[in-house]
Design a binder for this molecule. Sequence first.
Ligand SMILES: [Zn+2]
Ligand SMILES: [Zn+2]
Length: 382
Amino acid sequence: MAKQDYYDTLGVKKDASADDLKKAYRKLAMKFHPDRNPDNKDAEAKFKDVTEAYEVLKDDQKRAAYDRFGHAAFENGGPGGGQGGFSGGFDFGGGGLGDIFDQMFGGAMGGGRQRQRGGADLRAGVEIDLTEAFAGTKVNLRVPSRVTCEACTGTGSEDKAKGSETCATCQGHGRVRSQQGFFMVERTCPTCNGAGRTIRNPCKVCRGAGTVQRERTLQVSIPAGVEDGTRIRLSGEGEAGGQGLPNGDLYVHVSVRPHPIFERQDAHISIRVPVRMTQAALGGEVEVPVIDGTKAKVKIPAGTQTGDQFRLRGKGFSVLRSPARGDMYIQVMVETPKNLTAKQKELLEQFEATNTKDDGGKTNPESEGFFAKVKEFFEGRS
Ligand SMILES: [Zn+2]
Ligand SMILES: [Zn+2]
């Protein structure tokens, strides 16, 4: 079923102002709110639709994306497959339907939900070389973060034994209600900031928060075989929760710098090696670098061409959580010599003279084959 246009859903024009949107949403949300329409599935669906429409249109960035791409902006990771900030499709932000309604009306209808919140999750990025990704490495991260206050051991109180007490303003609910005209308005308690508890004798170092802002140094182990774009989660290494609440997590995003010699393809490595024209013609051995810091020898048979590929088994990239390794592919690039000395020029001219005699196409089969086709092409036209 085709989805209704968000502007139509809210009954507003495409150029509606933020205020128009808010008014339209307020009217419809009040009309269809589940508390006013118990056991009415249609009303519930309408309430969801108008909330979704408003959620998108109230946000300038999302509204611009919607104006440009329509509903496709929020489906399957958005236009272009996840570029832009809307990957994952439409999402009520984990808070469920009604959060936005509560923000607007202060929980007038549904009553406040109390969610226990710990410290915030943190994100950090590290950039490593391909050789480090191959062998695995340890990276020291400096994380600006809230950490547990040492002075009060996180209780937030100078008096560690007593710590906190139930907030007198909200009786521990964390929210307070008051009548404002038509609405019963519920707000976060101004005394305890929603924590539901107040500190009797606040710690002088953290002023009662139980946490302080500090830069921590954290050593992160990057496993061998890690890929560019890998996300490593360090549980509990995010911001400290304080006052007995759980810590957030730390997410480390690993990016791997491109290497000037080696190119990675999953567990394999490819490398382009220039080979002298004479080496390619006569055959020989070339020495190539290996990602593990060693060297390997590759036999080049006589008559090797540009683009010919040789494989060294087990000399490729490391495989994550495994001792196995992929292979290394050596791609040959035959180099035509430049800036010849008089002697070299003379030798090559002598060589070229031998080249012209008819040998049945054995020396230069590619050229022989090509010119035979060219001949056919012109004959076919006449
Ligand atoms: Zn403290
Ligand atoms: Zn309170």
